[in-house]
Write a protein that binds this ligand. Structure first.
Ligand code: FEO
Length: 396
């Protein structure tokens, strides 16, 4: 397999994972890539590696440019195993020391005890074979160890997980692929991986604005060589919880009562002129839900009561969302019950603990919603819709 030229002396030598459909609990219908990069010159530098099963693919791409044993330095921008698990094998091949941030060195030693590593500090600059590499700590993008590596001569920023997409394609650059698919995957990636770290994203964007970047070489998906302003401004928007005049209704149902409630609430929201999506959890993965939550101003969740508690698929999505902390949005909980309720109250509390503002009491109905109850649901939806509009107007 061949390397792909990124710019003079810099090559993509990563791997395409066409078949991955679940990336630590996040569905990846378009697969992914693990991007490693080779910088050639008087010294040869490898930026990151690939997931262990793809080591041979990376090696063959390196071999298309240089003898892999001639690599002098390896940089590990991030310890997570989709990027680091080929480091021990790569070190065996070339003998190069692995440079990483302070937390990176600590994490790498805990993953691979015999790996030879050396710490580089935030802002540290090294000269290697005619290239100037600057290391920039970007903690929590996506782990505490994460850092960017910037090559001054070529204005290439190796941005690790940031600005990535789980998107397997035969093309390597952003301007070569379907734009709708690209931005959908970039948004889904942000919503499921980066969302809890808005503050750190803003700090990183400030750091990125201080340097002149021509190419954003990410660790997943395509490399940004155009539209850098667009992806940076989306990260700025997403990290500031800038949302649209939109609500998402997420529910599951046992005997259709909670489904009827979901659809009536959505009618009520829409009647106030607010866009609304309705997602049933049995048929929709939680990571798809989060992509819709990203630009929604209201998140409305519905659950039947099953054995005195929340329906399992709704509990799964609610706890997943709680971890991703979608602050800056309102939430509301609803659902139907038979013998005894309680699930809606529990759901309300989980949503609140995840950072949603919960301005309404939960709406809980017994058995089947008939005309009067349907009307209550529509009115509940109208209240949510009005609140979304108020927030749009800056009154909330
Ligand atoms: Fe792609 Fe956080 O690893």
């Amino acid at each position: 397999m061949d390397a792909i030229r990124v710019t003079d002396g810099i090559y993509w030598v990563g791997a395409i994972d066409w078949n991955v459909r679940n990336f630590h609990g996040y569905t990846t219908p378009r697969g992914s890539t693990y991007n490693a990069y080779l910088i050639t010159g008087e010294k040869n530098i490898l930026i990151d590696t690939v997931k262990r099963p793809f080591f041979e693919e990376m090696l063959s791409r390196i071999r298309s440019v240089i003898d892999p044993s001639k690599i002098d330095v390896i940089v590990s921008n991030h310890t997570e195993m989709d990027h680091s698990s080929s480091l021990p094998q790569m070190q065996e091949v070339c003998g190069a020391t692995v440079l990483a941030s302070r937390f990176g060195v600590e994490g790498l030693r805990l993953h691979y005890p015999t790996l030879r590593t050396e710490m580089v500090a935030d802002g540290q600059v090294i000269k290697a074979g005619g290239k100037t590499l600057k290391f920039i700590d970007t903690p929590m993008l996506h782990w505490p160890d994460s850092m960017f590596t910037y090559v001054e001569e070529d204005k290439v920023l190796f941005s690790m997980d940031a600005f990535g997409q789980h998107y397997a394609t035969s093309k390597r650059f952003n301007d070569e692929v379907d734009q709708a698919a690209l931005f959908q995957e970039a948004a889904k990636y942000y919503a499921n991986i980066v969302l809890p770290f808005g503050h750190q994203v803003q700090q990183t964007i400030r750091k990125a604005q201080e340097i002149d970047i021509k190419i954003l070489a990410t660790a997943h998906g395509v490399i940004w060589r155009t539209d850098l302003d667009k992806i940076l401004s989306l990260y700025s928007r997403w990290s500031s919880a800038v949302t649209e005049e939109k609500a998402v209704v997420v529910y599951d149902t046992m005997w259709n009562s909670t489904r009827i409630m979901a659809e009536e609430i959505a009618e009520g929201i829409a009647s106030e002129g607010v866009r609304v999506d309705v997602l049933k959890l049995t048929d929709t993965d939680r990571s798809v839900v989060m992509k819709e939550v990203l630009d929604s101003r209201a998140v409305v969740m519905g659950t039947p009561t099953l054995n005195n508690t929340i329906f399992p698929s709704v509990a799964d999505a609610a706890y997943y969302m709680k971890g991703l902390k979608p602050t800056g949005r309102i939430g509301a909980a609803f659902g139907s019950y038979g013998w005894a309720g309680g699930a809606v109250k529990q759901l309300h509390e989980i949503m609140k603990s995840g950072g949603l503002e919960m301005p309404f009491e939960g709406l809980e109905l017994r058995y089947i919603p008939h005309e009067e109850e349907r009307g209550k649901c529509r009115e509940y939806g109208r209240q949510i819709g009005r609140k979304v509009k108020e927030m749009s107007a800056g009154k909330a």
